[in-house]
Design a protein around this ligand. Structure first.
Ligand SMILES: NC(=O)C1=CN([C@@H]2O[C@H](COP(=O)(O)OP(=O)(O)OC[C@H]3O[C@@H](n4cnc5c(N)ncnc54)[C@H](O)[C@@H]3O)[C@@H](O)[C@H]2O)C=CC1
Ligand SMILES: O=C(CO)COP(=O)(O)O
Length: 350
């Protein structure tokens, strides 16, 4: 039986104005969630034809041409107009382009606007999480910067399949307000104050999904992928807790939850990219056939550098990074992971 989501919203949800930058897969899906929750949502689209498609035909022609969008979700190609009067600026662009874009958008951010990051990447060269980049590039204080992360494959969310996420913000009231602004019968957000854990869970799971994809592409089975997921969570937790995250966050929606969804779904771009590598494509060939943002490919080295800086061992991330830089072969990757010295299952740093 097919699951049919209720199209209705609940009356207790407070109206809010949210500007979603931009109209890619996840931005469009979360824009629909916000509109379905009763918020006034506007998508900023770089390309005029996408904004026109949304306003005129209620479709995003580039990302979801088959999905009908609600009339409460509008679009514009003018960033200043999108941000005018916005309670929330929701950011969903590739993490590596964040700092440069914010330099242009920052003058239009209102003094009370809460900035919400949906991004799951770490900045190359600095090792900074999106929330830190946002604070540096805009001057917005930490209490007005939130992160939403969880098992949220965009196509499943935009078609109304039930999902949940974590909204983390140092200011619990700000997190609660955004929770109300995006709570629908099919999308259940929880709140947290652990921004570090939430962001690192989201970024590192992309690298682990690459590893699962590689194993799947090589024809390996569920024992192997379950081992990568479990040990991947162990190394994610080691890094995140070394940087101050709460271990429970990594066992939650933005940690294990997202890892499970991303590593098991063919909808994941990171897992799919890994599958291409596992089948023998080069990084250049896999990149050429990948049309959308694949954060793990860009963030792996930055995550590894963070791990080195904090004396944390991340063997799976290490091997994926070496493969992405074509320093090792697939066979060597498997050998490197399996021939590590034996050790106890639970160690804080190694
Ligand atoms: N697609 C998904 O299921 C989910 C994605 N995310 C995260 O959301 C973020 C965005 O991913 P998607 O929407 O999936 O990517 P996408 O590739 O579908 O869309 C990217 C969007 O960013 C814009 N963009 C691309 N390059 C840009 C640049 N240099 N400057 C400004 N805008 C640019 C594109 O026009 C497009 O609107 C990523 O960090 C991803 O990890 C998080 C949860 C779910
Ligand atoms: O973050 C995601 C699901 O929560 C989407 O993962 P991909 O970027 O690998 O498609």
């Amino acid at each position: 039986m097919r699951y049919t989501p209720s199209p209705t919203t609940t009356s207790w949800q407070c109206p809010a104005r949210a500007a979603v930058f931009s109209a890619g897969s996840w931005g469009t899906a979360l824009g629909k969630v916000l509109a379905d929750a009763g918020s006034d949502a506007v998508l900023y689209a770089r390309r005029g034809e996408i904004a026109d498609g949304i306003n005129t035909h209620r479709r995003n022609p580039a990302y979801f041409p088959d999905v009908q969008l609600p009339s409460a979700l509008t679009a514009t190609s003018d960033p200043a107009a999108a941000l005018d009067g916005a309670d929330y600026l929701v950011l969903s662009i590739p993490a590596q382009s964040l700092r440069a874009n914010l330099t242009t958008w920052a003058p239009h951010i209102g003094p009370n606007t809460v900035v919400v990051s949906l991004m799951k990447g770490i900045e190359q060269g600095t090792g900074k999480r999106a929330s830190k980049v946002i604070s540096e590039a805009t001057g917005v204080p930490a209490g007005r910067i939130a992160v939403l992360s969880g098992p949220n494959l965009a196509r499943e969310v935009i078609t109304g399949q039930p999902a949940a996420a974590t909204i983390a913000c140092p200011d619990q009231e700000a997190a609660r307000r955004f929770q109300a602004a995006c709570h629908t019968p099919y999308f259940r957000p929880y709140t947290s104050t652990d921004v570090t854990g939430c962001e690192l869970g989201g970024a590192v799971k992309n690298v682990i999904a690459l590893a699962v994809g590689i194993a799947t592409g090589m024809g390996l089975g569920h024992n192997t992928t379950a081992t990568i997921i479990t040990r991947g969570l162990a190394e994610t937790t080691r890094l995140a807790t070394a940087l101050g995250a709460h271990p429970a966050t990594l066992a939650g929606l933005s940690g294990l939850g997202d890892l499970a969804a991303t590593c098991s779904s063919p909808l994941s771009r990171n897992r799919t990219f890994g599958t291409h590598l596992g089948r023998g494509l080069t990084v250049a060939q896999a990149t050429a056939i990948t049309r959308q943002t694949t954060e793990g490919v860009k963030s792996a080295q930055a995550i590894l550098d963070l791990a080195h800086d904090h004396d944390v061992d991340m063997p799976i991330t290490n091997v994926v990074t070496a493969l992405l830089h074509e320093k090792i072969t697939l066979d060597k990757a498997a050998t490197l992971l399996l021939q590590r010295p034996p050790k106890p299952e639970h160690c804080p740093r190694r």
